[in-house]
Design a protein around this ligand. Sequence first.
Ligand code: ARG
Length: 561
Amino acid sequence: MDYKKYISEKIKVEGVSSEEIYESIALPPNLEMGDYALPCFKFAKVLRKSPVMIAESLKATIATDEVISEVSAVNGYLNFKINKNGFVRATLDKILSQKDAFGSSNEGEGKTVCIDYSSINIAKPFHIGHLSTTVLGGALYRIFNFLGYKAVGINHLGDYGTQFGKLISAYKRWGDKDTIEKGGIRALNELYVRFHKEAEEHPEYEDEARAYFKKIEQGDKECLALFHWFKDLTLKDVQKIYEMLDIRFDSYAGESFYSDKMQPVVDELKEKGLLTESRGAQVVDLEAYGMTPCIILKSDGSSLYATRDMAAATYRKNTYDFYKCLYVVAYQQNLHFKQFFKVLELMGKDWAKDLVHVAYGMVSLEEGTMSTRKGNVVFLEDVINKCIEKAYTILNEKNPDLENKEDVAKKVGVGAVIFGALYNSKIKDIVFSYDKVLNFDGETSVYVQYTCARANSVLQKGGVPDSYEIPALTSEEIELVKAISVFPETVRSAAEKYEPSYIARFAVDVAQKFNKFYFDCKILAAEDEKTKNFRLALTNATMQALKNAFALLGIGIPDKM
Ligand code: ARG
């Protein structure tokens, strides 16, 4: 229930809209004063009365009812107390009956949201820089589905360009089937690196590479077969990581998929008079919009990243008829997205407004925690494995008798990596620190997981009650219920702002409030049966809310820790 809304509808101020009143209602600094407050200062001018008098006269017009238990006027504030018992019951009943669906809705029914995320480059390392797009996109995918949208996860593979010609040239010269089969991406990357080194002395290799790429494009059997082999190997390699992170895609249509879909875009641009020539290249001038030109065709007639993205956006609109199409890509590509969104708009595509660049900040590793020598890429797989190992060591120290230690360490380690990338507002640059993400007392996933294990153990001992009554409530209980009650609106705003961090923060807030409740209110040793039952029900509801939040982030919760 939206109490703010309920209250705002009871208040009538001449010349002030109910929306404005709704926006003005705030949470008072302390609970003694009330649960909600309306400051009357800004109405003084319209009503030509003092805020104190306004508050007094408004108070006289509002009757208490089953929701509002008390109204008071203090120093120009109109304060409201909510009937806590009703609120607590409504919240717990909702969670305990909806269970895994608590927080979900069908507001997105009939709407499709395309999410372009992870979008790795074939034969290139899957490094720490891909962490954010992968877990942010994965979380948004689950969040939109949870709200009733149909999410379409797209891995827009970087599988087009001369680098594949280079790889073929390198493979033919120095490669060996077995080594590549065994080594996967790392072996392919080594070939690629070697090509660049040796091509410095043998510029003719570059020409050879271009020729091989041309052959791929022309459908040469051998070259195509090699290209597909590289692609399969890469996808097989990253699949391990996707599984660990619980990441799924509905489509792997990458850049090469659009090879034969760009001509119509180019033709249309030409037809609409948008193309101009600039030093032999075909470009769309964007000076009027404060941007450099968007290059569509190079002087040799070959396409660019933007050309393929325009073909892809068009294809997605035709195929999925999306309501929104999100691109979860680092802010370094801001200009690229602004440019091709603008070009589509200039072409008269009204759906260009539904394309959204969900930009995020950089992730780097804390100095000294891993070899970050210049040019030495840090593989995401290594980061995840190291986090799992460290988690294992910590768990082993804390609880040597823990069952399924490996399984728990996996949930904790993987969770730490995901949560580390999702906890802060997405646009912030992150310095990844193993100690920080694995801090049991920090704002971390392991803190939340540990809290769940604590709650779980209470429930194992006390049992889950079938029904409960509401005793005299403590402030810790009320604070905890308030914290879990906002989950549905938190999910909604996470979707609206493309910010899974809201859900991560919700989980930490709930865990903190639960721990306060756990230490200050005895659960199993409560003063009477009624209180104990209620506290068990509250513990159960808390677990459910945390479970739902973590499911959206893709993080598992161990039973015991
Ligand atoms: N493969 C690109 C890169 O690693 C990201 C692709 C993002 N998606 C897109 N439609 N441009 O930079």
